[in-house]
Design a protein around this ligand. Structure first.
Ligand code: ZN
Ligand code: ZN
Length: 612
């Protein structure tokens, strides 16, 4: 059933909700939540977006609003005797100034995150790249969610004792509050290899052979087996977990929650087992319900019912699905958290403007190359002028996954800076590499071949996560690449009037998810957004044009993250270099700062307002 919007929009903003500068949501036809016996709200890959999206109305609610929302749904469960559980599957850090620009990083993040009562939580890969972030989990998130944080295949060196131990319990068995459903839950991370040396990830294929695991999944006194993790729901890791559990219990319902690939997706393993993945960056709250589970008073139904919904995280959706209006929706607790996020943003000066972006620049919504592709901007405008090589000829290679978000026309602020490039790593280079070899590196990093095979083995990907997901889901591209590029951007959308809301032409662009059960998963009806391929890496030439000049040697520059692959590619091309042959550019200045200085110089504007 689709609800037509009836209310005018001036209702929003009368009570403190969302961040002060967040745009009002846009009314749109909605699909209802398929509420059931056991219900879930699922977040993943938040990457520090606690404040929501301040330039996109569809995702403009914040963590405080999510706290209010969950409270109303918990009340609903208590009122009708059903159950509600909240799940978060990791990558809570890195990707937003509120995390990345605070000192220490995480100063606000842990305090904000812990305000939500999350029933099942685990680590993502981003919590593990740096030893200090993993210690942040140990000191903050694990104790803040004691009993709810699980680490089925993740160990850490205890920073106090220096001894290796499980980051958190491997699994837990519990009973739901109202229905008394008996659940065993596991919290996994995919076979990640890029972690710092204070954590240890046991491959899933080894974990399933452990006695404790075999015992836990063979328990007959269970109504549901729940596997959540920072794992692509279509990965070999989840396939193996599904198969192992199904072999142990042929008839037990198994619910999976996944993450890491930053997309909305839903997979059906069999009639008693499904998996949900709920997007990225606080754009989506995933909703899942199961009905027909056994309880102390009833046996398992012969027809289990699994249903999913992807909620656009804005006040229009959240208020509707909780049956509240703008006055009754916010809870005191939610408002306090909204205020705390606003205070944190203010103290970090995130609205400070470095310049004005003259046009939108997209990661995936435009082909590459294209004048509105963020990668075209980088390789033709920014990199050739931002990097200073004293006249030396150089190439600069940058992996596309290092660029995390779109640039919207208008103010380019401290906020924007960290949304685009949150990482602290710098640029490095190898001097005087023969051009013949240097000129082949990009091809090896981008096209089929031994380097790509090695990356695949290591689960190391250089593209944005959504594009890694698309490698296994080619329909993500085929549907959109044939479409015309749509001409308007989200913040220019006009609210719909109630009379035209069901008309396909009047829908505004947003998620149009296609998953294993169809195209009716999204709560909001949208028109589709184009999604174009991007390469692993892009390359820019500095102080020469490859079409006009074939230098004898060049300096090969690259962002630090791809160093290993550059060295491997050169070795494959017959040029042997080691890490000792590499140099730090500009004393380790981060790519993020290089980009920001370019923006100040080239996009700086004196006027108070950005030109429209
Ligand atoms: Zn992520
Ligand atoms: Zn991840």
């Amino acid at each position: 059933m689709v609800l037509r919007p009836l209310l005018p929009f001036s209702l929003f903003g009368s009570v403190l909700c969302a961040q002060p500068s967040a745009p009002s949501p846009i009314a749109a036809p909605l699909r209802e939540l398929p509420w059931g016996q056991l219900n879930f709200l699922h977040t993943t890959d938040i990457h520090g977006w606690w404040g929501g999206h301040l330039q996109e109305p569809s995702f403009s609610a914040d963590w405080g609003d999510y706290i209010s929302f969950a409270k109303h749904l918990r009340d609903r469960a208590d009122a009708d005797g059903s159950d509600l559980l909240l799940v978060d599957t990791g990558d809570r850090i890195e990707g937003n100034a509120i995390f990345d620009s605070s000192k220490p990083r995480g100063k606000f993040t842990y305090e904000i995150a812990k305000e939500q009562s999350i029933d099942l939580i685990c680590s993502g890969n981003h919590e593990l790249y740096k030893a200090a972030s993993a210690d942040g989990e140990f000191y903050h998130t694990v104790p803040d969610f004691a009993g709810n944080y699980l680490a089925s295949n993740l160990d850490i060196i205890n920073p106090k004792t220096g001894k290796r131990q499980a980051l958190a319990p491997r699994y837990k068995k519990f009973t739901t509050k109202n229905q008394g459903i008996r659940i065993v839950a596991f919290g996994f991370i995919f076979d990640f290899t890029g972690n710092d040396n204070n954590t240890f990830i046991q491959r899933v294929e080894d974990t399933v052979k452990e006695e404790w695991f075999k015992e836990a999944i063979s328990d007959k006194d269970l109504d549901l087996i729940l596997v959540y993790g920072h794992v692509d729901i279509r990965s070999p890791e989840y396939q193996l977990l599904y198969q192992t559990i199904r072999d142990a219990q042929w008839n037990k319902p198994i619910q999976f929650f996944g993450g890491h690939t930053h997309i909305r997706d839903y997979k059906v393993f069999d009639s008693g087992s499904v998996a949900l993945e709920s997007g990225r960056y606080m754009e989506t709250v995933g909703f899942m319900s199961i009905s027909g589970l056994s309880t102390p008073s009833s046996s398992q139904s012969s027809e289990l019912k699994f249903e999913r919904r992807y909620i656009d995280k804005n006040l229009y959706s959240l208020q509707h699905h909780s049956g509240k209006d703008s006055t009754t929706f916010p809870t005191q607790h939610g408002q306090n958290v909204t205020k705390a996020i606003d205070d944190a943003r203010k103290s970090l000066g995130l609205n400070h403007r470095f310049g004005c972006a003259p046009r939108n620049l997209w990661v995936s919504r435009r082909p590459y190359p294209h004048e509105e592709s963020i990668f075209t901007w980088l390789d033709t405008e920014l990199l050739p002028t931002a990097l200073e090589t004293n006249g030396r000829k150089a190439i600069m290679i940058l992996n596309t996954g290092g660029i995390r978000f779109d640039v919207f026309q208008g103010p380019f602020t401290k906020d924007t800076k960290f949304l685009i490039s949150p990482f602290t790593s710098g640029v490095r280079y190898i001097k005087d590499v023969p051009w013949k070899a240097a000129n082949q590196v990009l091809k090896l990093l981008n096209d089929e071949g031994p380097i790509l095979a090695a990356m695949g083995e290591k689960n190391a990907y250089l593209k944005p996560a959504e594009h890694v997901a698309a490698q296994y889901r080619p329909q993500m591209y085929s549907a959109s690449e044939s479409q015309d590029v749509f001409a308007h951007s989200p913040h220019l959308q006009e609210p719909l009037s109630s009379s035209d809301s069901g008309d396909k032409d009047s829908l505004f662009p947003g998620y149009t998810t296609k998953d294993d059960v169809g195209t009716d998963g999204d709560d909001t009806l949208h028109s589709a957004i184009a999604f174009y391929r991007v390469p692993n890496c892009i390359q820019s030439t500095i102080n020469f044009k490859a079409s006009e000049d074939e230098p004898e040697v060049v300096d090969v520059m690259y962002n630090e993250f791809v160093e290993k692959w550059i060295i491997l590619a050169l070795e494959y091309l017959g040029e042997s270099y080691s890490v000792e042959d590499t140099h730090s550019y500009a004393e380790g200045k981060s790519f993020t700062d290089i980009m920001t200085d370019w923006v100040k110089e080239h996009w700086g504007v004196d006027e108070e307002e950005c030109p429209s």
